[in-house]
Design a protein around this ligand. Structure first.
Ligand code: FA5
Length: 350
């Protein structure tokens, strides 16, 4: 019996040595080790041997099994090394086969529109500023003339970051106004280097604890604008907004101002744009031919004062563009939730 086991190994060893592919090795493995294979059959026959032969035969059979496994592993490595070597020498490479087409990425529509607006505004002398998404309650609300318990806080359901309520996920990009005033305008005025008008935009992500629907997301994008100088008027504000819309839609867009209340501007407005998609009303403008596009106004004297700017000398205007909504208008997207869904079926269309 012992002899039979050893004589069985030699042809297997030769087959392993002659194997040319992983498939060959798998076949050998199947025919020798798997259930029903030669070695397995021998192991299974041990109980029929005389008791004195069983221990030695069992030991040998297991050694044979181990030798086959080791031989197969070694051969696998040999084949892998050979494949690498072949590739290195350029063997088996068919230059006429079509290549795998790489998947191409593209700019997210929000990024594309943000970059376009940044180009437009920088060409008009604005600087592009950034701010943190976790903001102090002071910058997000208090310095913007929204003290604790002010009813305006209810309009922006807030994600709070700590038990004391000192930090929030910014609910709008308006703290960008506060930072621009404190960090840019005030130091320049103090240093005597202030060259009005100061113009800045602050694009960014904002967060509100809202129930979502086709036009409301809990995470969306806005772009703040701030201009500070002397004798800044509503006329300057309208002029800047018309330029913005011309840049976005590529033509003159009729606008109208309605009174709007925001504690950080006085007077405050809602600027509506004539619907760029229709003449008589459509689903985008909710049949009104006007689209509510951006709130704006003249910077409230309290905000200037809170940030260390003298409102008797300086004035300004600010606007808060709903960037996500503008992107929807621009591309005819009917659900804001698609923008940050990460759904490739949506993104691949841009
Ligand atoms: C503000 O956030 C003010 N900070 C804007 C402002 C800035 C006013 C400067 C005056 C001066 P409001 O909450 O209305 O305002 O939001 C501004 C714009 O963000 C809206 O017009 C709308 O386009 C967009 N927006 C508001 N909530 C959502 C939401 N849940 N999902 C998507 N877009 C939204």
């Amino acid at each position: 019996m012992t002899e039979t086991l050893e004589s069985l190994f030699e042809p297997i060893r030769l087959r392993i040595a002659a194997a040319e592919s992983d498939d060959d090795l798998r076949r050998i493995e199947r025919e020798t080790l798997d259930k029903g294979g030669a070695v397995a059959a021998l192991l299974a026959g041990i109980p029929t041997l005389p008791p004195t032969e069983r221990p030695l035969t069992g030991k040998r059979a297991n050694e044979l099994k181990g030798a086959i496994q080791a031989g197969l592993a070694e051969a696998k490595e040999r084949l892998a090394l050979r494949a690498v070597e072949r590739e290195r020498l350029g063997e088996g490479f068919d230059a006429t086969l079509p290549g795998a087409r790489p998947t191409r990425g593209g700019l997210h529509p929000l990024v594309a529109v943000t970059r376009e607006l940044e180009d437009l505004f920088t060409s008009m002398g604005y600087v592009v500023l950034d701010g943190p998404e976790i903001e102090s309650d002071e910058n997000n609300f208090q310095l913007l003339n929204i003290p604790p318990d002010h009813p305006a806080r209810d309009a922006q359901d807030t994600f709070r970051c700590d038990a004391d309520g000192k930090f929030v996920l910014r609910t709008h990009t308006s703290p960008g106004q506060v930072r621009a005033l404190k960090e840019r305008v005030v130091p320049a005025i103090r240093a005597g280097t202030f060259a009005p008008p100061f113009r800045a935009i602050v694009p960014g992500k904002v967060f509100r604890q809202e129930t979502t629907d086709a036009s409301h997301e809990h995470t969306f994008h806005q772009m703040e604008g701030l201009v500070v100088g002397k004798d800044i008027s509503v006329g300057h504000l309208i002029g800047a907004m018309k330029t913005l819309l011309r840049g976005v839609f590529g033509r003159e867009i009729e606008v109208r101002l309605r009174p709007g209340y925001f504690p950080f501007v006085e007077p405050g407005f809602e600027l509506d744009a004539r619907c760029p998609f229709c003449k008589e009303g459509c689903s985008v403008c909710k049949r009104s031919t006007w689209i509510e596009l951006l709130p704006c106004g003249l910077v409230h004297p309290n905000v200037l004062r809170n940030c260390g700017v003298d409102p008797e000398v300086w004035s300004g205007f600010a606007f808060g563009l709903g960037l996500s909504r503008l992107v929807m208008l621009r591309y005819g997207i009917d659900d804001v939730r698609l923008l940050l869904s990460g759904d490739l079926r949506f993104l691949e269309q841009f």
